[in-house]
Design a protein around this ligand. Structure first.
Ligand code: NAD
Length: 453
């Protein structure tokens, strides 16, 4: 409840001030407890994800529960080295002296999570916040209420209640939370709300991480294995029914690749979900009616090459490929965030690069190419949060790759070591002994001899 928020935040601030969360031992113990929760309560979490998004248990594990377990394991393995002070060199003029950087937690942080990967996007940031020694408030999304409820019930049972709190709710609760003073706000969601979050942060000069979305393109060049390309695109696009921030949003089919690619996408969809994907246990559902309506309308933007069926009662939209899509149609005006893949024809790589650069910087850019020169050009001539060649969405599973956006797709990053950086202050420390005052040369009065030095 919104009225409980000020005392909750005050409690967490007091815990942080007591120094309770700073020892590495406390951090490790909390991470181990969260890991135990994910293992012991996997069935409850899977049920909630099924209820909210029709996620299959396998998908729930690989993209959410198992993902966070891996994040915890990697963090526990490397935490000591990440936290170790780093010595740096000292200029001659200051010698003898020592200098080092020391990581310190920021304080009490707020994590606001969205509905599409409600376990992963709640807990992965929390892993970083705890590993860095902070106390934290988690606000899960009201649009995935079953998962929000399970997290609100489980986290207090497993984690230190004096240091971690869950606040459930929607706009009123988020608004009340944003009134409070935090030492960092970590927001994942859409860019309209990101602007509200950032405006609220201004009041207390609170740093923010904004993990947003956008239209992530996939460039397909002639000459590549289109059957493999189609399977990988279909996997990246139709996982979680396309409700993935890094899903390939649209394809830029270079040269004459479009027709065969569309045929191969159809074959890949049948291979993965059968002739009737609505009956497949592996294909998810749209989160709510509002998004169902929005997505159904976007079907009008091109010719349905594959799929196209919808069922409002079931919040089902078939894995769909739209052909002959023009750049100025509604499906190209917003992030699709659903199982609709437009294919746009472009004559050559120059046109593909221009197309990308004329739009907001995406969260990810994908390319399917055998050419090292194409990879080099895309890497240097376009800007995006991340990039992957030959396989969409999986760069998130590489623990040491920081994950985040640029421009409209966000600011700041996280995962593993990058999370420690996000949730810490790197304090610079200079240590010069008083034993021998080598600094006397710098003090006034500056005489001729000193000037020569
Ligand atoms: P959402 O509607 O669940 O909103 C996200 C959070 O913001 C929720 O906790 C919600 O309660 C809160 N919120 C909503 N309105 C608010 C307001 N007026 N004031 C304060 N808080 C408010 O999720 P969404 O925004 O629909 O999420 C989808 C978007 O998130 C897509 O654009 C997607 O690409 C992006 N996304 C990004 C990432 C990433 O890691 N970069 C991951 C997932 C989703």
């Amino acid at each position: 409840m919104a009225t409980d928020i000020p005392p909750t935040v005050a409690r967490l601030r007091a815990t942080f001030a007591s120094g309770h969360t700073k020892p590495a031992g406390w951090r490790r113990a909390q991470l181990r407890r969260m890991r135990r929760m994910l293992v012991e309560e996997r069935p409850a979490l899977e049920r909630a994800l099924k209820q909210d998004l029709g996620k299959s248990p396998v998908e729930a594990h690989t993209t959410e529960i198992g993902f966070v377990i891996n994040e915890i394991d990697h963090t526990l393995r490397h935490l000591s080295s990440w936290l170790r002070p780093k010595r740096v060199g000292v200029p001659m003029a200051l010698a003898p002296a020592k200098a080092r950087t020391v990581r310190e937690p920021l304080g009490t942080v707020l994590v606001i999570a969205p509905w599409n990967y409600p376990v992963n996007l709640s807990l992965a940031p929390l892993v970083g916040a705890i590993a860095a020694g902070n106390t934290a408030v988690l606000k899960p999304s009201e649009l995935s209420p079953a998962t929000s409820g399970v997290l609100a019930e489980l986290l207090p049972r497993y984690l230190d209640n004096e240091a971690v709190a869950v606040v459930e709710g929607g706009i009123p609760e988020s608004t009340a939370l944003l009134e409070e003073r935090f030492d960092h706000i970590f927001y994942t969601g859409n860019s309209a709300v990101a602007r509200i979050v950032m405006s609220a942060a201004v009041k207390h000069l609170t740093p923010v991480t904004l993990e947003l979305g956008g239209k992530s393109p996939a460039v397909v060049e002639p000459g590549v294995d289109l059957a493999t390309t189609a399977r990988r695109l279909a996997w990246g696009k139709y996982t979680n029914a396309g409700q993935t921030c890094v899903a390939p949003d649209y394809v830029l089919a270079v040269g004459d690749t479009a027709d065969e690619l569309q045929r191969e996408l159809g074959a890949a969809i049948t291979e993965m979900f059968g002739d009737q994907p609505q009956k497949s246990p592996d294909f998810g559902r749209i989160v709510n009616e509002r998004h169902f309506e929005r997505l159904s309308a976007l079907m009008e933007s091109g010719t349905v090459a594959v799929g196209g069926q919808t069922d409002r009662e079931d919040l089902y939209i078939a894995p769909t490929v739209l052909g002959d899509v023009e750049a100025d149609t509604p499906v190209m005006a917003e992030e699709i965030f659903g199982p609709i893949l437009p294919v746009i024809r472009v004559p050559d790589l120059d046109a593909a690069i221009r197309f990308v650069n004329e739009r907001d910087k995406p969260l990810a850019l994908y390319a399917f190419t055998d050419s090292a020169e194409t990879k080099r050009r895309l890497t240097t001539e376009t800007s995006s949060g991340g990039m992957a060649f030959g396989l969409p969405i999986a760069h998130l599973a590489v623990p040491d790759l920081p994950f985040g956006g640029v421009g409209e797709s966000g600011m700041g990053d996280y995962h593993s070591r990058a999370s420690i950086d996000t949730f810490s202050n790197v304090k610079s420390v200079l240590d010069k002994s008083l034993a021998m005052d080598t600094m006397r040369v710098a003090y006034a009065p500056i005489n001729e001899l000193k000037e020569k030095l």
